[in-house]
Design a binder for this molecule. Structure first.
Ligand SMILES: Nc1ncnc2c1ncn2[C@@H]1O[C@H](COP(=O)(O)OP(=O)(O)OP(=O)(O)O)[C@@H](O)[C@H]1O
Length: 314
């Protein structure tokens, strides 16, 4: 069963920007990361899924229920708010209890959630004294007090240092054990790769591609192969000449640039790496590095955002 489904969703935001034909789904228990450049439409889409913004046409279903049915849907979703407008004069404990009462949360559940979040030691501290990372944790915790099935997070770690980001990732990932699904927008590709089961790339209001990391990489990876870096540029050239002579059937092409020999293969198989390594060893080549030519999700994102757009951003 999908916890989220959007079908042929359209939303005109301004004369210049619309969300167009958004078809997304999240299977129950999965995390989906939404990535795309500034202004691609991530926040607009998340606001629609949260029921905070109306759409023009299409469908948005949360656990099979149209998002407009707010009394039902509000119980199913948790929205991670940004840390604005907190009552500084309350302690974490006072605020959590107050929010808990508003949301009818069981006190035992609350205490359990506080423990998971790692905020126990700050329980008696004033909100004004919490660090950015702990405030983020507090907001995530508040979003799951009513035991939602889907949590919606817009850039949950923006502006945090790398150590704190990792700590928040651990916390977000632990929500999976509670059976919670999530949609997370982020500019950090590492965050998307680490946290999510699937990734959707949005560009100019449309979902350009979605799937698991491997599915996306496969779609956009036009070049399989290996890159061999040799210590000596001359050796790189002679290595290139030698492998050309061998006429190996899996090698589509090979070229040299300074100390690097790039070998493009027909698909990829581990045996290719073994064979090339053996050949390098037999020829006593001095190898600095052998690298598989593998696209990263960041490479895919850059490919999708047209080179024109990149140039105009500079
Ligand atoms: N209220 C509004 N009125 C007019 N245009 C808007 C409004 N809200 C958003 N937009 C425009 O819609 C487009 C998408 O904005 P959105 O905030 O959804 O993008 P985003 O992917 O979340 O960007 P970022 O990564 O910078 O947060 C942008 O061009 C933005 O300027």
């Amino acid at each position: 069963m999908d916890i989220l489904q959007t079908c042929e969703l359209y939303k005109k935001v301004s004369d210049k920007f619309s969300l167009k034909n958004i078809n997304l789904n999240i299977e129950s228990g999965d995390f989906l990361a939404l990535i795309g450049k500034n202004g691609a439409g991530k926040t607009t889409l998340l606001r629609i899924i949260s029921g905070l913004l109306r759409y023009d046409t299409g469908k948005v279903l949360i656990d099979g229920i149209p998002v407009e049915k707010s009394s039902k849907v509000n119980k199913l979703i948790g929205i991670v708010q940004q840390s604005k407008g907190l009552p500084d004069s309350l302690t974490v404990q006072e605020y959590v209890r107050f929010q808990g009462r508003l949301r009818n949360a069981d006190i035992k559940v609350l205490n359990g959630l506080i423990e998971i979040s790692g905020l126990t030691e700050y329980y008696n501290q004033y909100l004004s004294t919490l660090s950015g990372g702990n405030l983020r944790k507090l907001h995530i915790m508040l979003s799951i007090m009513h035991k939602p099935k889907l949590v919606i997070m817009d850039e949950p770690t923006v502006g945090l240092d790398p150590i704190v980001r990792r700590d928040i990732w651990k916390y977000i990932y632990s929500l999976k054990e509670l059976g919670i699904s999530a949609i997370i927008s982020t500019h950090y590709i590492d965050e998307a790769e680490i946290l999510s089961d699937k990734i959707a790339i949005i560009d100019n209001g449309s979902i350009v591609t979605s799937g698991t990391k491997d599915e996306i990489k496969k779609l956009y990876n036009e070049e399989n192969g290996l890159e061999v870096t040799l210590i000596d540029n001359n050796e790189a050239l002679s290595f290139l000449n030698e492998i050309a002579k061998l006429n190996i059937d899996f090698i589509k092409s090979a070229n040299v640039f300074n100390d690097k020999v790039k070998i493009i293969t027909n698909g990829y198989d581990c045996s290719y790496l073994l064979l090339i390594s053996k050949f390098l060893a037999e020829g006593a080549y001095k190898v600095k590095m052998i690298k598989l030519l593998d696209l990263s999700i960041e490479d895919v994102l850059v490919k999708i955002i047209s080179p024109k757009a990149l140039l105009s951003d500079i």
